[in-house]
Design a binder for this molecule. Structure first.
Ligand code: HEC
Ligand code: HEC
Ligand code: HEC
Length: 158
């Protein structure tokens, strides 16, 4: 009798563990995802251009990892300019004052990271559309939507 009570208690604990385990684990990993516009600002105080309004959710047709490329899909997503990431504020130069040839340093430069990713993708789609339009294929009219590639479209003139 006693033994079966113990076994019942143990079974209950296991069931509770099965329910609570995932619930509390999910809680630990909660992450707030900004759905509206995100203002992307320069790291330098001497900005040449106005800050960029980035419509985050317009891009959710893509995998999150398309942009958050170091995300482990477990931890909360952090800032692009976190330490050791794209946190270089000024154009990297070598000792002679020429643009540095260090490719890692160049992509750590905040502006280069954003330009290469944002403009890069919009430009790729634009090129594919131009190719489609100039072809004589029957679906030539169906161009894909893309984002801005011109300076003032992203950095509004003030
Ligand atoms: C698709 C959007 C987009 C386009 C197009 C774009 N930029 Fe940017 N640019 C950004 C983002 C995002 C940043 C990083 C955030 C910031 O610095 O405001 C940035 C940063 C910069 C910076 C460094 C910060 C500063 O203000 O000094 C400069 C300079 C700049 N862009 C100039 C240009 C010029 C010139 C063009 C056109 C040839 C251009 N951008 C086109 C999005 C864009
Ligand atoms: C087209 C690129 C792109 C895609 C796709 C994208 N994001 Fe983002 N996301 C960004 C940028 C840029 C920021 C601003 C980061 C910064 O300020 O440093 C951001 C910010 C965030 C933040 C806030 C990070 C912080 O600084 O606290 C979270 C959370 C986030 N994204 C989650 C997601 C999730 C989840 C998905 C997939 C559904 C996703 N993102 C898809 C570009 C993207
Ligand atoms: C992987 C591809 C990809 C990347 C990376 C990307 N975009 Fe886009 N972007 C698109 C596409 C596709 C659209 C058109 C979406 C639509 O209209 O349905 C778009 C649209 C936009 C628009 C116009 C939105 C509107 O409502 O008209 C802006 C502004 C924009 N992107 C800014 C950015 C900035 C800033 C970044 C970098 C932080 C970025 N995008 C990165 C693919 C991309």
């Amino acid at each position: 009798m006693r033994k079966s009570l113990w076994m019942l208690a143990a079974a209950l604990l296991i069931v509770l563990g099965l329910i609570w385990g995932p619930v509390s684990a999910a809680k630990e990993k909660e992450m707030c995802v900004p759905m509206g516009d995100i203002l992307l600002e320069p790291l330098t105080a001497e900005a040449k251009r106005a800050s960029v309004t980035f419509p985050h959710a317009v891009h959710f047709g893509y995998s999150c990892k398309e942009c958050h490329h170091t995300w482990d899909q477990v931890s909360p997503i952090g800032s692009c300019s976190a330490a050791g990431c794209h946190d270089v504020a000024e154009p990297p130069m070598d000792e002679e004052g020429k643009p540095s040839r260090d490719r890692l340093l160049q992509i750590q430069y905040h502006k280069n990271a954003f330009h290469s990713m944002c403009i890069g993708c919009h430009q790729d789609i634009k090129r594919a559309n131009e190719k489609l339009l100039s072809s004589r294929r029957p679906d030539a009219g169906q161009v894909a939507p893309t984002g801005p590639t011109g300076c003032v479209q992203c950095h509004p003139a003030d």
